[in-house]
Structures are given as structure tokens and as C-alpha cells.
Write a protein that binds this ligand. Structure first.
Ligand code: NAD
Length: 350
């Protein structure tokens, strides 16, 4: 049987673990997998673009487990009463192909994106970073804020969104979830970014936006650029990248999807996994500007599905469902059609 985790069960699982603890554990799990990067079967995600958004399939595997995520990105969805990003995924056994876990991944994507940002910032931001500018206060924003507050020492957040209601919602949620975190509203990106140690851009717009321009950048900043994650969808002015040391997840994918899509193919970037594995330097000087050009890589979802599977099993959470037929006689698949006929007859008789 396959374990099934729906949204309510994912919420239970995170509550049982503690949201902030889970974010930290997830960052550790992702980092542990990034460090063993060469062991993975990796590929850029398969993206199906339309005028209004994208639907993507994201696979990754090691010798034991295979994972894939279905995820979309539709920035106009919120006007239709839908989330911009929605996802689900599967974890399977490589030896047999058996699907071990079928899980919601909308909540889990927000958690893993925050955990990945945390993992990168731990390696790249100045250790004395205390103030975060958070540009884009939508569905992902609280997760980012909490990860950095709980695990990186961020004490103050200055928030800006073109939609003031999004900032209201962020401030409301954070006041409840993290009462000791100071959260202030800015009237513009420029104002939010002034004096920040870390800047997270996590906006959604299907356009070549320039949320951050060179005049806003101060020495020693770490930029966590999360919302530029699709061809034609960027957040940083190209000159911000030219002035920084830029770190990527999986270079072939980021060249197409990340903010570096604006730059020549030989623009130098650093593999984040090599920094985590101790092979190359991350931040080289306190005054250096670092950029994590985050796009979201399948390995992060692989790590997430594995952690969710382990925690669900330990906590006894999730329904078991017959997602694929059990095989008493593995050459006889046809026998399962008789179950359907029998159930139909029972329904008619009732
Ligand atoms: N890199 C990754 O791994 C990863 C993972 C998940 C989501 N994302 C991306 O993160 C972004 C945010 O996702 P979400 O689910 O929070 O979306 P969302 O639609 O819920 O929120 C986006 C917010 O950005 C605001 N915004 C748009 N343009 C802006 C601007 N110019 N200045 C300030 N604010 C602006 C919107 O008003 C909205 O409140 C999306 O672009 C999504 O594709 C990336």
C-alpha cells in the first residue's frame, strides 16, 4: 500500500514536529543530500509554458529512492481565488518502482523553499546578519521569515509588497507565530532594503521585473532571490548580478530559469553544493555581495519527500491507499476489472 498525505495531514505532521523545528530539520536534510550531490540522477525540470503560467515536472533519484513533483506557477491565480504555486509529489522505491508515498506538496514546497533559502544563507550571509528585507509578502513569505528568524538570528523584518493587504496578512501571521520578531512595513522596496543585511525577493509576476536595482545594494548584503524562476520572469537588474558572487542550485536549469538568464552563458556562477561540501569558498569577504539565484531544484523535493515519509511513519500519520493494484497473481492484472464489476453490481442492488 502507498502512504497518502493530504494537506490536513501535512499540517498535522508539521504541528507535531513544531513548524520551526521542521524547517531546521528540513534545511539539514536538504544540505545532507546536497553534500552527496554526485550520487544523484539529476535533470532540469520539464516545463510546459502557457501565456499565463507554467506547469512543471521535477524528478530526482539516488540508488534507493526516486521522487518527482508536479508544480505550477501562475502569478494571476490569486485573482481567481487560487494559490500561485500548487504541488503534489511521489516518492518511489528504485528497486521495484513501487510508490511509497503520495503527498501534497503545496505547503511542503513553501517549507522546502524556505529551508533551502536558510541553507544557502547559513553558508553565504554574514554571520552577524540581523535585519531582513522581505519583498513580496504572498503565500511563501511567512515560511521564509520564520526560517530566518528561528535559525539565522534575524530579529527584524522590513516588509514590502505592491499589495498592502499582503503585508497586512504577513504582519498578522507573524505577530501570532513569532511574537519576538519585529516586523515593520516599508512604503517601497527602496525603503525596505535600506540597511538590510539580507534581502529576500519572493514576488510573483510573469515579467522581467527589476525589483532590486544597483543603487539599492549595500556592501556585504546577501540577496536571496527566489521569485525569478522561469524564462522571462526575473527580479534583479542585471548589474546587481554583475556586482556580486552568484550561487546556483543546478546550473543547467538556473541558466534558463534564474535571474542569470539575463547574462551571457559564461557568466561565472558557483555551485551551492560545492560550498556546502567544503570544495569552494562561499562568501569571501565581509563586504562582498552574495546572491543565491534560487529557482527550486528537484533534489530539494526529494529530500522533503524522504523526510515527510520518515516522520509520517514514525508518527503514524497518513492514510494507506491502494494507488497501484496489489498483485496476488502478478501476471493477472485483468482480475482487478472483476472488482469493479462486482462493486457496480452491489451498488445497483442497494
Ligand atoms: N525558487 C523557488 O524554489 C520557488 C519556490 C516557490 C515559489 N517560488 C516563486 O516565489 C514567488 C512567490 O510565490 P508565492 O507563492 O508567494 O506567490 P504569491 O502570488 O502568493 O505572492 C507574490 C507576491 O508578490 C507581490 N508582488 C508582485 N510584484 C511585486 C513587486 N514588483 N514588488 C513587490 N511585491 C510584488 C504580489 O503582490 C504578491 O503578494 C513566485 O514567483 C514563485 O514562482 C520560487
Amino acid at each position: 500500500m502507498t502512504r497518502f498525505i493530504d494537506v490536513a495531514t501535512m499540517a498535522d505532521l508539521v504541528a507535531e514536529c513544531g513548524l520551526e523545528t521542521f524547517l531546521g530539520d528540513l534545511a539539514d536534510a536538504i544540505a545532507a543530500d546536497f553534500v552527496r550531490w554526485p550520487e544523484f540522477d539529476k535533470s532540469a525540470r520539464v516545463a510546459s509554458h502557457s501565456e499565463v503560467g507554467v506547469i512543471e515536472l521535477m524528478p530526482a533519484a539516488d540508488r534507493q529512492r526516486y521522487a518527482f513533483k508536479y508544480v505550477n506557477g501562475h502569478p494571476a491565480n490569486t485573482r481567481r481565488g487560487l494559490y500561485t504555486v500548487m504541488a503534489f509529489g511521489v516518492l518511489a522505491d528504485v528497486e521495484t518502482g513501487w510508490p511509497v508515498l503520495l503527498s501534497e506538496l503545496t505547503l511542503a514546497t513553501a517549507l522546502r523553499t524556505a529551508a533551502t533559502s536558510l541553507m544557502a544563507a547559513r553558508a553565504l550571509a554574514r554571520p552577524d546578519a540581523r535585519r531582513l528585507a522581505l519583498i513580496g509578502n504572498g503565500a511563501q513569505a511567512e515560511f521564509q521569515a520564520l526560517a530566518f528568524h528561528a535559525h539565522l538570528g534575524i530579529e527584524e523584518i522590513v516588509a514590502f509588497d505592491v499589495d498592502p493587504a499582503a503585508t497586512d496578512k504577513l504582519m498578522r501571521n507573524l505577530a501570532q507565530a513569532a511574537p519576538r520578531l519585529r516586523v515593520r512595513r516599508a512604503a517601497s522596496t527602496h525603503e525596505a532594503v535600506r540597511g538590510a543585511d539580507i534581502v529576500t525577493t519572493i514576488t510573483a509576476d510573469k515579467t522581467r521585473a527589476t525589483i532590486l536595482t544597483p543603487d539599492m545594494i549595500e556592501p556585504g548584503m546577501h540577496l536571496n532571490a527566489v521569485g525569478g524562476d522561469c524564462p522571462g520572469k526575473t527580479e534583479l537588474h542585471a548589474d546587481v548580478l554583475w556586482g556580486a558572487r552568484v550561487f546556483v542550485e543546478y546550473e543547467p536549469q538556473t541558466r534558463i530559469e534564474g535571474d542569470i538568464q539575463q547574462l551571457p552563458a559564461d557568466f561565472p556562477v558557483v555551485d551551492l553544493w560545492r560550498v556546502l561540501a567544503g570544495q569552494v569558498e562561499g562568501r569571501q569577504r565581509a563586504e562582498q555581495v552574495t546572491v543565491f539565484d534560487s529557482v527550486g531544484f528537484a533534489l530539494e523535493d526529494f529530500s522533503t519527500l524522504r523526510l515527510v515519509a520518515a516522520r509520517a511513519e514514525a508518527l503514524g500519520l497518513g492514510e494507506t491507499i491502494e494507488l497501484v493494484p496489489s498483485a496476488d497473481d502478478p501476471k493477472d492484472l485483468f482480475r482487478h476489472t472483476r472488482r469493479g464489476r462486482a462493486r457496480r453490481a452491489l451498488r445497483r442492488a442497494a
